[in-house]
Write a new protein. Structure first.
Length: 633
């Protein structure tokens, strides 16, 4: 029988977990849950269903207040699952060390569960929903014994916006509940917005570490051998078990805002994408917005808040990971960032590479798996040139600077409210989003792909997106880091339905009547010198030079590009190189060169991948684009 301890039967969300008394009768519990959840029947049923299955000791409906957050953090510091960092150096900031078996997204344990296997498509792990639910119910059975179930109402996007959606996560992790407050608009406001019958996406999560029979808790509970991150796009439901790591457990992010939302967007005629959104203003004060899809750990956070190296140019950040886009009444594509925080890669972030991230991180952060300095501050590879003495590494051991092992895990991350970003775009909260003029794709490619080129048309741009390939990074577990894999639209791990249908959806969006379509670009910051292996392009703030060229292209400048078989490439003098250091003219020419042999191989490779993977699902429009590219050489 369900047995919950409850403090309050108030109608407003409240701290139900602080036990004042216990309610043992099922109907009293049910009534209390309904009260706490604002008499939203479907929501109460959802909570009761999983509470009944997981059997938590207590239930806590999150109100999202600062006081609640403080209580969470103090509780975790006390129980040893968080370290409070040096208040003088990093105010209001904390460090968590994960179980070393739970450091990144687990793509092999990520599933799309829909009735027909074909609807999940060849790039997803499909499971039959009936079987999957049975598997999950088995794992969830009594999995919260000895723990509190947190009910976390949240909005993806500004509350009440036409592109926004509300979700409710259930979790037995206080760390996850606290992180959801940093990453989303969480608590009382979205719960109230739901009213008594508002629609919400169900996001169920457990770390999978019950505390039955007096079993002691650990600092990072998880069930590393039984991870499941499961999505039921037909039911707007995600179920996650066994992992506390961000992408697997903060279900508003990849599970809802990408996997479930991409399927919602397909059904309803909009797009949910793995894209940053930025605003760029030229010295004359003209502003445009750009969205860009790069695979995980390939530079979105950096590009989204870059500090331009050219005088008079300004970049402002709307989002660094996810974009939801819909056509507006004026025919332009409008984008919102559904998130409210950054969950970003720490290594490589420094005042030199990404000063605006560093400024965002000087307070209010939860860090995961970074190193700790002797004076209780954080450190990671690339943060400073010199490695400080006397550090504790991400495993909690003394760091040996002479060893080859990094002090911070390569996928160590920061979680921080977006409000901390000093260059947050003034339209971040705009309900209708921001109008997108250009869409960029990119990846880590040591060869072949030039610094930037522009697609001839929307359909050609869709082929560009579909052909994205990139070196694998530490953002997902696996021993194949550095291998090039196809990652269409940077969505390979995040598309919640058949990616062939996804390509068709993009093609169809381009046919929208009256649409004023953004131009499309492919960029590559990661060309390497074949001899030294060093990146040829200085990257980071210097990427603003590419952004300037794109700005001018979308602004109608035409004499700044050469037409090549693969698209428009900047003429040698069209890229602003005033003050650009660290790169020779020859290197720059090489970065902009389209090598016909290498490109013919590239196109054949994309053709082979797309045709063999998607077969009849590959849209005819893309086949035509491939054929015309092949003929253009
Ligand atoms: P996810 O959060 O995993 O989706 O990643 P992301 O695309 O936001 O990646 P992020 O911007 O955090 O970059 C990941 C790594 O790439 C960091 O170590 C950066 O320092 C590095 N990086 C970003 N931009 C550049 C660049 O222009 N040049 C080079 N060489 N490295 C870059
Ligand atoms: C990614 O891997 O693309 C991320 C980090 O943005 S996570 O949220 O963990 O997926
Ligand atoms: Mn991402």
């Amino acid at each position: 029988m369900l047995w919950l301890t409850l403090t309050s039967l108030n109608i407003t969300p409240s701290l139900v977990g602080r036990a004042l008394g216990s309610v043992r009768s099922a109907s009293a519990v049910s009534g209390a849950i309904q009260s706490a959840l604002g008499h939203h029947k479907a929501l109460a049923e959802y909570v009761e269903h999983y509470a009944g299955l997981c059997n938590p000791d207590a239930l806590h409906v999150c109100d999202g207040s600062e006081g609640e957050y403080t209580t969470f953090m103090e509780t975790m510091v006390e129980d040893g699952s968080m370290f409070k960092l040096n208040e003088a150096k990093r105010p209001n900031s904390y460090l968590a060390r994960s179980d070393p078996r739970d450091v990144a997204r687990s793509e092999e344990s990520t599933f799309i569960s829909c009735v027909n296997e074909e609807d999940a498509g060849p790039t997803n792990n499909w499971r039959d929903p009936v079987e999957m639910k049975a598997t999950m119910a088995n794992l969830y059975k009594d999995c919260m014994v000895g723990r509190t179930m947190f009910v976390v109402p949240f909005s993806m996007g500004p509350i009440g916006g036409p592109i926004s959606h509300i979700g409710v996560q259930l979790t037995d992790s206080m760390h996850v509940a606290a992180s959801m407050r940093l990453m989303t608009r969480m608590g009382k406001a979205p719960l109230e917005a739901l009213g008594t019958d508002g629609e919400f996406v169900k996001c169920m999560h457990s770390v999978g570490y019950p505390l039955a029979d007096g079993k002691a808790d650990v600092a990072w509970p998880c069930d590393p051998d039984n991870k499941y991150i499961t999505h039921y796009p037909e039911e707007n439901l995600a179920e996650s078990y066994g992992s506390g790591y961000g992408g697997n457990s903060l279900l508003g992010k990849k599970a809802f805002a990408l996997r479930l939302a991409s399927a919602m967007g397909k059904r309803e005629g909009w797009l949910a994408e793995h894209m940053l959104i930025l605003g760029v203003t030229n010295p004359e004060g003209k502003k445009k917005y750009v969205a860009a899809a790069f695979p995980s750990a390939c530079g979105k956070t950096n590009f989204a808040m870059l500090e331009p190296t050219m005088p008079g140019w300004k970049v402002e950040c709307v989002g660094d990971d996810i974009a939801w886009m819909k056509f507006g009444p004026d025919g332009k594509l409008y984008a919102i960032n559904p998130e409210n925080g950054f969950f970003g890669v720490a290594p490589g972030t420094s005042m030199g590479t990404n000063p605006n991230a560093m400024r965002s991180l000087d307070r209010d952060c939860i860090y995961t798996n970074v190193a700790m300095t002797a004076d209780g501050d954080v450190w990671w590879e690339g943060m400073t040139e010199e490695t400080p003495e006397g550090m504790t590494n991400w495993l909690g051991e003394p760091h040996n600077p002479a060893s080859n092992t990094p002090a911070a895990h390569p996928n160590s991350r920061f979680t921080v409210p977006i409000a901390n970003c000093p260059v947050l775009d003034p339209n971040f909260e705009a309900l209708e989003g921001v109008p997108i003029d250009a869409i960029m794709f990119g990846g880590r490619r040591p060869t072949t792909i030039p610094l930037v080129h522009e697609a001839f048309s929307w359909n050609h741009g869709v082929l560009m997106g579909a052909s994205v390939a990139s070196e694998k990074t530490a953002a997902a577990t696996g021993d194949d880091i550095g291998e090039i894999r196809h990652d269409p639209f940077a969505m390979l791990p995040f598309c919640g339905y058949n990616m062939g249908d996804y390509f068709q959806h993009w093609i169809d969006m381009g046919k929208t009547e009256g649409a004023k379509l953004p131009s499309m670009y492919l960029v590559n910051w990661f060309r390497q010198d074949p001899e030294t292996g060093k990146f040829i392009w200085p990257g980071f703030g210097e990427n603003s030079r590419v952004l300037k060229w794109i700005f001018e292209r979308t602004d109608g400048v035409t004499d700044n590009a050469a037409k090549t078989p693969i698209g428009y490439v900047p003429t040698p003098d069209a890229l602003d190189t005033d003050g650009l250091a660290g790169i020779t003219n020859d290197e720059l020419t090489e970065l902009l060169r389209v090598d016909p042999d290498a490109w013919q191989r590239e196109i054949n490779q994309s053709d082979e991948y797309l045709t063999s993977t998607f077969g009849p699902k590959l849209p005819a429009e893309l086949k035509n684009e491939i054929e015309s590219l092949k003929k253009s050489f």
